[in-house]
Design a protein around this ligand. Sequence first.
Ligand SMILES: C[S@@+](CC[C@H](N)C(=O)[O-])C[C@H]1O[C@@H](n2cnc3c(N)ncnc32)[C@H](O)[C@@H]1O
Length: 232
Amino acid sequence: MPGIKDSLELKEIVLLGRTFDEYFRAFNLQAVNLKEEKILDAASGVSSFCAEAAMKGIDVTGSDRIYSLPASTIELKCAEDLALVMAQMPEVAHLYKWEYFRGVDELRDARKRAYKLFTGDFRRHGSRRYVICELPETDFSDNEFTITLISHFLFLYDDRLDYEFHRETIRECLRITSKEIRIFPIVNLKGELSPYIEKILTDEAFANCTKTVQTVDYEFIRNGNRMLVISA
Ligand SMILES: C[S@@+](CC[C@H](N)C(=O)[O-])C[C@H]1O[C@@H](n2cnc3c(N)ncnc32)[C@H](O)[C@@H]1O
């Protein structure tokens, strides 16, 4: 019998990516006319959102610190991280809701499909679509994008990214984004609402920003079906 754990045990932030459909639901994008937007996917990693969006004629730029690495190195690390997470699944399966994915095989297939689509696109388009960036800093201009999406990065990893990092990353994304930034999920790896949510909502630095927490049509981490929307 596998033991039960209250969180995935990860030495570092993993290289696992989500698909376009997962982003579409997680960020409530059905309500957005995507072809009119210029979107930044911040900490986009090996998600296939950018690649799939481009195929649909949507303007998305990916940005992540891993884009300084060759595609072959990234692909190897994805395969290792996927194996690492899958090996822990029996012990943490209770933290997830098995509806969008009906089981671990579907989850593994989706994560594999995402990174294969990503690496193919990364090899073809490189730095024209995927920009190297080490948050909380970026080299983008003021209001270069209309919407910035941050998926499975802030709040989720609140055990290793401190509050200062969260605040500075959000400030920087507000600087480079004209309409709004959307952050999903707002729970951490234990499936608990990150304490940093309350801190962001009450932080003087964002006193003049509009901040809303919205429920979305995507829940894989149990209780992780809400996103934070912030605009300056
Ligand atoms: C769990 S992945 C999420 C990938 C993608 N957003 C998704 O939801 O599928 C987190 C990503 O954050 C990236 N990352 C970690 N620290 C970063 C930093 N300081 N600046 C930019 N990217 C970072 C990692 O390289 C990784 O690709």
